[in-house]
Design a protein around this ligand. Sequence first.
Ligand code: AVJ
Length: 283
Amino acid sequence: MSPKWFYDALGSKLFDAICDLPEYYPTRTEMKLFADHAPEMARRAGTGRVLIELGSGNGEKVRRLMAHLRPRAYVGVDISKEVLHSATAKLKDEYPQLSVYAVCSDFSSGFRAPAELPAAARLYFYPGSSIGNFTPEQAVALLKPLARPGDALLIGVDLIKDRQTLESAYDDALGVTAAFNLNLLARMNRELRADFDLSRFRHVARFDEGLSRIEMHLESTTEQSVCLDERKFSFAAGERLHTESSYKYSVEGFAALAARAGWTLAQRWTDERRRFAELLFEA
Ligand code: AVJ
């Protein structure tokens, strides 16, 4: 299943809660990179651009850069309508002079810019390592059409690290990530009139070192069948739904991927434990 389905109103709130968990280091680490390096990031990325944020979510990240980047216009792109509208409205309040656009879209099949957008150089901002939800091939296909001469890309990438750190980030002690994962079943019950019994599935998160990705699964704990839209699906005990992959990269590995999409690495910022990287590319 595509991880984009996690983000209904409740799923978006659960994701925000994940970002506050002690085990989930990516958000905190990336925020610290912005706190420490925002002026330099803005200087290198260029002010006065059209800033297009992919997967803008609650808008907390771009807020750290806004005053330094001073863009000509801001476009928030997100699949979750409620979150997108409250985030762009808040930004518009804080920066009344700024032209703010909200594009509610799943950009996995390509991003379409609003027609009225000023024809200035663009800075794509894709924080959070959400690029990791795509396979490397899909990531190249997503980034390639964006690479127009003069444009830049500032992207957050989660780095390869020890299994323990990775697996606890995706299987926290409080069970918030488990709830986030199980919400997919609850959402199918709500929206597709399915009858999943949530107590008979368990959350699983494993790092596949060979594929360099965390996989999240929902494992059926018993033999059971589920109805969804008049169709019946049978599960054996131990059978799993694969609900998310989150790819982890080295800086060099990601730069090589981006190069296949027409992007050249211009600058990197990483934390001292080398957990997370914010990378600036030029088309
Ligand atoms: C929003 C895709 C970056 O992969 O770390 C968090 C989503 N899934 N915990 C990630 C997620 C489980 C997150 N991204």
